[in-house]
Structure formats: C-alpha cells, structure tokens
Write a protein of this length. Structure first.
Length: 93
C-alpha cells in the first residue's frame, strides 16, 4: 500500500520498559495501516527475533496490546489486529 505513512524503525531508547516501546511500535504499525485490521500478528518467537528482543519482552508487548484492545487472541488460531473499539481494555488497572 503506497499510501501508508512510514513507520520509524524500532529503536528503543530512554527509561521506558522495552516491552512498552515494542507495544508502542506495533501500535504505530497498526495505526499506519502496515498491520491492518484482521491481520495475523507473527508469533511471539518470530516477533522476538524480528525485533531483537527476548521472548518475554515480545510476550509482554502482545499482552499490553491486548489490554489496550488493539489485539485479540483466538486459542489455536493466533493473534489478530482488532477492530477499533472492539476489545476495550479493562476499565481499572
């Protein structure tokens, strides 16, 4: 898709947790259309390898995106980009 705005490369910096920075980067890819609604997210091991992070950081990033309502996981099927507003996170954290 040529109309998609570019997403800056993943370059973790600063005092934020690595998994939060990864979650933010993946969210930016979703919002830009690089990961459209309904797209299947790579597995946690593949994400860890692609981003050069531990599997624990990849797993926590996916959990964070599910909490934000940006991803939905279907057991035995995979994790997918959710419809906006379809999976609102918990009201109180």
């Amino acid at each position: 898709m040529a109309d998609e705005p570019p997403v800056p490369p993943f370059e973790p910096t600063g005092p934020a947790y690595l998994y939060e920075q990864l979650a933010d980067h993946l969210a930016a890819r979703m919002l830009s259309g690089h990961l459209p609604v309904g797209a299947r997210l790579p597995g946690e091991r593949d994400l860890a390898s692609e981003y050069g992070v531990s599997i624990d950081s990849a797993r926590r990033a996916v959990e964070e995106l599910r909490r934000r309502g940006l991803l939905v996981t279907l057991p035995t099927e995979g994790t997918f980009v959710a419809e906006p507003g379809a999976g609102e996170g918990p009201a109180d954290d």
